[in-house]
Design a protein around this ligand. Structure first.
Ligand code: GDD
Ligand code: MN
Length: 359
């Protein structure tokens, strides 16, 4: 059997030698059981990491491949997907490059896989005998535990057998995943795989160790990515679009309120508020809703022009329609506004998904 070990790296120069040493030790032992091993580094570094990798690859007893990316599409998750695509074997272990994932756990993953019946083996911190000494401080433990609980509650069935959906250490048989449907962003690539396709899963415990050297790249920004990813996976684009639209409506009201309080004329305040929220709305959906649907043939300004024109036209058309409905005498202004807003929401969503972000 052939095993590909995929390691995403971002500025991990001081960790590479030790990682390769420990992985090749383990590979030597696994070779006696008929498992051949390769390592694929998918690197986005700006430090000496690629040079160090090329250096150790020369004399290494197992094949080491370096994919150095100049465009860091999808960050950590994108790197993992690229590594899995490039792997010589269908069976891939994904692990971090900072030795928080002990290479000595790899044989446990492989053994469990070879016993059969599973597509995915998760190395878990939260199953019996697993632990997380490397979660440096209390706040990190709290963040990890609460985001795990939140995630599990949102995918109660898919994640029933997974105690640690946020781990970055696992073995996957890539024949069981639909690699083209993965839209990885940031750190939570395993969650993405689990949420998109049902798989047969097993877990083995491991100890999430301290970093060998260097500092974590986790950040508030990654945390935000995670929440957006969760919403996108769970409710799809339309609900994310709705959430952003709802926030826009609230902002709109607040701006009108503030400007009229400052003494501005109601009409002027309403126009300013509407245009500001239209622009903000575009920036948010561009970034968070349709980020994976940007057509190479269009550019941001042409998308903005379409979106801006549509929203203004919608605004202009909706007001006389509301007036007509109210004028007919059967409907109050509030009901008429609500109905037109609901219809406008669907039309706006369709327009953006089919025209602005044409597939
Ligand atoms: N190629 C690439 N591109 N690699 C990256 C990037 C990136 O943008 N960002 C981080 N990495 C690499 C790091 O170099 C490291 O090898 C690995 O991904 C994990 O990054 P860390 O910075 O060490 O993250 P962490 O230890 O805070 O998070 C780990 O534990 C979490 C659970 O607590 C990761 O395994 C997460 O996936 C996991 O959820
Ligand atoms: Mn780490």
């Amino acid at each position: 059997m052939l095993l590909s070990i995929v390691v995403p790296t971002f500025n991990e120069a001081p960790n590479i030698m030790e990682l390769v040493r420990r992985v090749t030790d383990v590979a030597g032992r696994m070779a006696r059981d008929g498992v051949e091993t390769e390592i694929i580094f998918v690197d986005d570094s700006r430090d000496a990491t690629p040079d160090v990798i090329r250096g150790v690859a020369v004399n290494a007893p197992i094949p080491i491949t370096l994919i150095h990316r100049d465009v860091h599409t999808g960050g950590l998750g994108g790197a993992v997907v690229e590594g899995i695509r490039a792997a010589a074997s269908d069976v891939c272990v994904v692990m971090d490059g900072d030795l928080q994932h002990p290479p000595e756990t790899i044989p446990d993953l492989v053994d469990r896989y070879r016993r059969g019946g599973v597509d995915l083996v998760v190395a878990s911190r939260y199953v019996d005998n697993g632990s997380a000494t490397g979660l440096a401080d209390r706040s990190r433990v709290l963040v990890s535990k609460s985001s795990t609980a939140l995630t599990k509650s949102m995918f109660p069935i898919r994640l029933r057998d997974v105690s640690d959906p946020m781990t970055g250490f696992f073995l996957v048989d890539r024949r069981a995943i639909d690699i083209d449907t993965l839209a990885p962003r940031g750190f939570k690539i395993l969650l993405e795989m689990l949420a998109r396709k049902s798989m047969r899963v097993a877990e083995v415990p491991f100890d999430f160790a301290d970093r060998h050297a260097g500092a974590s790249k986790a950040s508030m920004r990654q945390g935000l990515h995670f929440l957006v990813q969760l919403a996108a996976l769970r409710f799809g684009k339309m609900s994310l679009f709705a959430v952003i639209g709802g926030l826009g409506a609230i902002a709109n009201v607040l701006i009108v309120w503030a400007l009229t309080h400052l003494g501005m004329d109601y009409i002027a305040a309403a126009i300013i508020a509407a245009e500001l929220t239209i622009v903000a709305n575009f920036l948010l959906i561009e970034r968070f809703v349709f980020q994976d649907m940007k057509n190479d043939a269009s550019n941001v300004w042409s998308r903005f022009a379409k979106s801006f024109t549509f929203n203004n036209a919608e605004l202009l058309i909706r007001i006389p329609i509301v007036a007509l409905m109210v004028g007919s005498g059967h409907i109050t202004a509030v009901v008429a506004t609500a109905i037109t807003l609901a219809i406008a929401f669907f039309v706006r969503f369709l327009f953006h998904s089919l025209v602005v972000y044409a597939p």
